[in-house]
Write a protein that binds this ligand. Sequence first.
Ligand SMILES: [Zn+2]
Length: 259
Amino acid sequence: MLGKFVIKGIIEVKTGLRIGGSTTGLKIGGVDLNVITDPEGKPYIPGSSLKGKMRSLMEHKFNKVREDGKVHYCTNDENYKNCPICKIWGISPTEKDMNINIPIHTRMLVRDIPLDESSVKNFKLELQYTEIKVENVINRKKGCAESPRQIERVPAGAKFGSTNGEPIEMIIYTVYENDDIDLFKYVFEAMELLEHDYLGGMGSRGYGKVEFKNIKIYWNKKENYESGKLNEKEINNGFHTPSEIVKNFENIKVNIDIK
Ligand SMILES: [Zn+2]
């Protein structure tokens, strides 16, 4: 290991966000589809949802979408060495047809991202943190709406990943070899692609547009951990959105002291 990046940042919901909760348990307030919440009933974005969506968008970008629709993974050393997706997002050790003999590392991990309660406290909502939207299906023959469903969603304007507006830790990216610094740029490319796609469910109905705001990147090399002197200064040169960071990545790279 050479070091780690910590990315802090805020995810702002631009159109109602629906990441589904468990269907077991009680229906709350007559809602048919609930959003996922923590044990205190507060919505959050599971790290696995965000990470998986970013991976899938990058699989499309690199033309690595499998015929069967399952997650892409490389099966030999040569492909793995040249595959940003498997190197950044990882490969499950249980994949059976894998014949990779060089070390496999997952470089990126994504935290569960809590809702910033202060971002919704002045909203008029049906439930404490969420709104209820009724979705109809139009009967093609009769031309009328039928089987309306009550859908819970996090309202536009809500923010995740901050406490009272201050960004908190969202992503950790571990650098194992020098080339991993260049691969790090793909994390922000995946964020750009997500901003032009959707997070959670019902994207084709307009749900799930999000934006990343106030991104802060911190770098610590191995020696920082050994001495306990962790850097508290961001290295992103005042570039706080995914597209600004991608555009100025070479400029930001100068701040990464790896030796
Ligand atoms: Zn791969």
